[in-house]
Ligand binder design. Structure first.
Ligand SMILES: Cc1cc2nc3c(=O)[nH]c(=O)nc-3n(C[C@H](O)[C@H](O)[C@H](O)COP(=O)(O)O)c2cc1C
Ligand code: SF4
Ligand code: FES
Length: 712
C-alpha cells in the first residue's frame, strides 16, 4: 500500500517534469552565496534577454553545487550540445553568452568551466580533479535540481528511502542505520544508530526529533548548501529518523542568518504535506508526522544540543547540565534525538541502498562520505564531498587547487578545531583522528593560511569569535576567552614576554573546567597552536596585524514610531503564545520596528507570562535582536577568521570611513547602524556583509563605497 502510493507519486512526477530535450534549458545557481555576488541580477538579465530576442528556452533555478569561487554559475543545455557550465557570470556577460550561443552557435569556451562531454577546448567535468574525485551523495542534487520542485526530487528516487523505511519496523530501520556505521556529522561523530536506540528505548509516549540546522561555525556552510539546494533531501531524512525513534513531531532549528534555507524548507514541507509524504498517515501508513521550521536569532551556542532545546522552549539558549542527555530528557523533558542536517540527509540513500553499500566509502570506523568546506588561501574555495579518511594534503591540493604562497597552517573543523602544521598534512581525517593524532575533523570546515599569515594574529581572530559567542554562564569560558584574546593581541604586537605560559594555563582551564563544548572547543586551537607554533607565537614583531576588540554598542536613532498595542498583539497572535513561538515573535517585532521597543517588550512579557527581566534575558541573548534603536539601514560585517583571510579588515575600515562611525554605532543622521558579527554563513564568498536583508560578497573597499552610495 505504502509503496503503491509512492509509485503513483513517481508516475505523477515523471509526467509533470517538462521534457527539456526540445528547447535550450538555462539553469542558474541561486543560493545565498551566489545571490550575494549578483545571481539574481544574472537571472533577470537572462530572462529579459530571452524575451527581447524572442528565444524559446526554459529558464530554471537550481541550488549551488558548492563551487563558491566560481559563482555566479550558469549552465546551458542546448539541443545538439553537451550541457555546458559557465563561471563568474555577470548580467552583462550572460547576455552576450545567451546571444552568442543560442543565436550564433558559439558556445563561448572562454567563459566555460566544464561540460558534460569535452567540446572545443572546454574540459569535461571528468577532467577536473576537484570535481571528478568527489563522491557526491548528500550533495548529489545540489546544483542539479530545482529546490522548489518536489517532482524533480522524486524522479531522482527522492522519498523512495522513506517509502522503503515504512515497509520495515522502526527497529529494523535503526538496525540498518547502526549497521551502516553512520556517525553524526554535527562534529562529535556519535554513532547515529546508537543514539536512536537510546531514544526509542526511553520510557515515554511522546518523542521528538530535532534537526540541528544552526550551523554557526565560521567557515562551515555545508548544511546551508543542503537545505538550499536539496531541501527535500533533508526533510526525507527527518521523516526517516522520526519514524525510527517514534516521534510524531519534528523541528528543524534553522540558523537565524539563513533566511533562504528556512524559506526553501518551508516550501518543501508544504509540498510534502500536500502529497501525503508528511502529515496524517504518511504514504497511507500508520505513521504521522508534523515538521516545523524554527528560526534561531543569532547565537552560536544554540548549535549545542541542550542550548538549542532551551532556545526552542523560548528561553535563553544556554546549555543544560548533562546527563541527562536529550535521548532520555530533551525537548519539554521528553526523549529527543538531535541530529545534524548532513547526518539526516545521508539517511535516504542508506535506507534505499542498504548499509553494505554505504560502507563501501570511508574507513572501517568512520564509513561514508563527508561534506568539507575549504576556504582561506587556496586557489579554489569550495564545498566538496569525499569519503572520510581524506588527508589534508589531498583536500588542499586536489580539491582546493593548492596554495600560491608557502603553507603556514590549516585549521580543521572550523574555529573550534585544531591548528595543524605542514608535518601533519598526510594524516587521514576521520572521527578518530583527534584521539589518534591530535587533528580534529569537527564539522569538516578547513581554513588554510599561507606563510604570509601571522599565527598570533590568526589565533586572536579565532579566539575573538569565542569571546563574542561565549554565553557567559561559566567563568573559565567567559573570562578565559577574553583574557586569551588580550594575550594573543599582545603576542601579535610583539609584547608577549611570559604570555605563552599564561596562554597555556588559560587553555587548560578552558579544556578542564568549561561547562559545555564551546569552552572546551576554544581550547583546541590554543593547545594545538602552542604545541606546533610555540616559537613563532613568542617571536617579537613590529607590525600589529590585528584589529582589536569591538567597542561597546552605542545608542541608536530615536524618534521611530512607537509600537501600538494592536500591531504588537497582531504579531503575537500570528505566532501564538506557546513558549516555542517567543523567539519568532521577537524576530518579527524587531523586523517591524528595527529593534525591540520597550513598550512592545512589556506586552510580550504579559502575553508569554514572563517577568520583564526574564524576557529581557532572552531578548538580549540573541545577536539578531536589539533592545536599542538602530538606524534606518543595518549593516552587519563578518569579523571571523575565514573572512579575515579574504581581507575583511580593509572592507570594514572602508565601511567605517565612509560612514564616519565605528562598529556598534549609528550615524548621526540615523541612516546606518554598523554591527560586527561572527559569521554570516557566506564564508565561500567572503569578505561578506549584509545590509538589511541583502547580502554582499567578494567585497572590496571600492565596492563598499558603491554599495553604500546606493542606500543614500
Ligand atoms: C558550541 C557548540 C556548537 C555546536 N553547533 C552545532 C551545529 O551548528 N550543528 C550541529 O549539528 N551540531 C552542533 N553541535 C553539536 C551538537 O551539540 C550535537 O552534538 C549534534 O547536533 C548532534 O547531531 P549528530 O549526532 O547528527 O552529529 C555543537 C556543539 C557545540 C558544543
Ligand atoms: S563553556 Fe562558555 S558557552 Fe559553555 S556554558 Fe560556559 S560560558 Fe556558556
Ligand atoms: S566567516 Fe562566515 S561569512 Fe565570514
Amino acid at each position: 500500500m505504502t509503496f503503491d502510493r509512492y509509485e503513483a507519486l513517481r508516475d505523477w512526477a515523471e509526467k509533470s517534469v517538462l521534457s527539456s530535450g526540445e528547447i535550450p534549458e538555462i539553469s542558474i545557481a541561486l543560493g545565498s552565496c551566489s545571490l550575494a555576488v549578483g545571481a539574481d541580477e544574472v537571472f533577470q538579465a537572462v530572462d529579459e534577454r530571452l524575451q527581447r530576442e524572442g528565444f524559446e528556452a526554459r529558464l530554471r533555478k537550481t541550488g549551488c553545487p558548492g563551487l563558491c569561487g566560481d559563482e555566479v554559475l550558469v549552465s546551458i543545455a542546448k539541443p545538439g550540445y553537451p550541457r555546458i557550465t559557465y563561471r563568474k557570470m555577470t548580467p552583462f556577460s550572460v547576455q552576450e553568452l545567451v546571444v552568442d550561443f543560442l543565436k550564433g552557435d558559439d558556445p563561448r569556451s572562454d567563459w566555460a568551466l566544464a561540460a558534460e562531454e569535452p567540446l572545443e577546448g572546454i574540459p569535461s567535468w571528468k577532467d577536473l580533479p576537484f570535481w571528478a574525485k568527489q563522491e557526491r551523495q548528500v550533495l548529489a542534487h545540489c546544483g542539479q535540481i530545482d529546490p522548489g520542485s518536489l517532482e524533480e526530487y522524486i524522479i531522482r528516487d527522492g522519498y523512495e528511502g522513506l517509502a522503503r523505511a515504512l515497509l520495515l519496523t522502526p527497529e529494523e530501520v535503526i538496525a540498518e542505520v547502526a549497521k551502516s556505521g553512520l556517525r553524526g556529522r554535527g562534529g562529535a561523530g556519535f554513532p547515529t544508530g546508537r543514539k536512536w536506540e537510546f531514544c526509542r528505548a526511553a520510557p515515554g509516549e511522546v518523542k521528538y526529533l530535532i534537526c540541528n540546522a544552526d550551523e554557526s561555525e565560521p567557515g562551515s556552510f555545508k548544511d546551508r548548501l543542503i537545505m538550499e539546494g536539496d531541501p527535500h533531501g533533508a526533510i526525507e531524512g527527518v521523516a526517516i529518523a522520526a519514524y525510527a525513534i517514534g516521534a510524531q513531531e519534528a523541528y528543524i532549528y534553522v540558523r537565524g542568518e539563513y533566511p533562504l534555507a528556512a524559506e526553501r524548507l518551508e516550501e518543501a514541507i508544504q509540498q510534502a504535506q500536500g502529497t501525503g509524504l508528511l502529515g496524517e498517515g504518511v504514504l497511507g501508513s500508520d505513521f504521522s508526522l508534523e515538521v516545523k521550521v524554527h528560526r534561531g536569532a543569532g547565537a552560536y551556542i544554540c548549535g549545542e544540543e541542550t542550548a538549542l532545546i532551551e532556545s526552542l522552549e523560548g528561553k535563553r539558549g544556554v546549555p543544560r547540565m548533562r546527563p541527562p542527555y536529550p535521548p532520555s530528557y530533551g525537548l519539554w523533558g521528553e526523549p529527543t534525538v538531535v541530529n545534524n542536517v548532513e547526518t539526516l540527509a545521508a539517511l535516504p540513500d542508506i535506507v534505499r541502498k542498504g548499509a553494505d553499500w554505504y560502507r563501501r566509502w570511508g574507513t572501517e570506523r568512520s564509513p561514508g562520505t563527508k561534506v568539507y568546506t575549504l576556504l582561506g588561501d587556496v586557489h579554489r574555495p569550495l564545498a566538496f564531498e569525499a569519503p572520510l579518511g581524506l588527508t589534508l594534503k589531498e583536500a588542499i591540493e586536489v580539491y582546493g587547487g593548492g596554495i600560491e604562497n608557502g603553507f603556514r597552517l590549516v585549521q580543521t573543523g572550523g574555529s573550534s578545531g585544531t591548528v595543524v602544521p605542514e608535518s601533519k598534512l598526510e594524516i587521514p581525517l576521520d572521527y578518530d583522528s583527534m584521539s589518534r593524532s591530535g587533528v580534529s575533523l569537527g564539522s569538516g570546515a578547513l581554513l588554510v593560511a599561507d606563510e604570509g599569515r601571522d599565527v598570533a594574529w590568526f589565533l586572536a581572530s579565532v579566539i575573538n569569535f569565542f569571546r563574542a559567542e561565549s554565553c557567559g554562564k561559566c567563568t573559565p569560558c567567559r573570562e578565559g576567552t577574553l583574557r586569551a584574546q588580550e594575550i594573543l593581541e599582545r603576542l601579535a604586537s610583539g609584547r608577549g614576554e611570559g604570555a605563552l605560559e599564561m596562554l597555556a594555563a588559560l587553555a587548560e582551564a578552558l579544556r578542564l573546567a568549561s561547562f559545555c563544548g564551546l569552552g572546551t572547543a576554544a581550547a583546541l586551537p590554543l593547545d594545538s597552536a602552542l604545541e606546533h607554533f610555540k616559537e613563532e607565537l613568542g617571536r617579537k614583531r613590529r607590525v600589529m596585524e590585528h584589529r582589536g576588540v569591538k567597542i561597546k554598542p552605542g545608542e541608536g536613532k530615536d524618534g521611530l514610531p512607537s509600537p501600538d498595542v494592536a500591531s504588537v498583539a497582531e504579531i503575537i497572535a500570528q505566532h501564538g503564545r506557546e513558549p516555542e513561538a517567543l523567539v519568532e515573535t521577537l524576530r518579527d517585532l524587531d523586523a517591524r520596528w528595527g529593534y525591540l521597543p520597550r513598550e512592545a517588550l512589556r506586552l510580550v512579557a504579559q502575553a508569554y507570562q514572563m517577568t520583564p527581566s526574564q524576557l529581557y534575558g532572552v531578548a538580549s541573548f540573541y545577536s539578531l535582536l536589539s533592545t536599542v534603536p538602530r538606524g534606518e539601514h543595518l549593516i552587519r560585517c563578518c569579523e571571523s577568521a575565514p573572512c579575515e583571510l579574504s581581507g575583511n579588515g580593509e572592507v570594514l575600515e572602508a565601511v567605517k570611513q565612509a560612514l564616519g562611525i565605528d562598529v556598534g554605532q549609528t550615524t548621526e543622521d540615523g541612516e546606518f547602524t554598523l554591527e560586527g558579527v561572527s559569521c554570516l554563513g557566506l564564508c565561500g564568498v567572503g569578505p561578506a556583509m549584509t545590509i538589511d536583508d541583502t547580502a554582499y560578497g567578494r567585497l572590496t573597499p571600492e565596492r563598499v563605497n558603491d554599495i553604500l552610495n546606493g542606500y543614500r
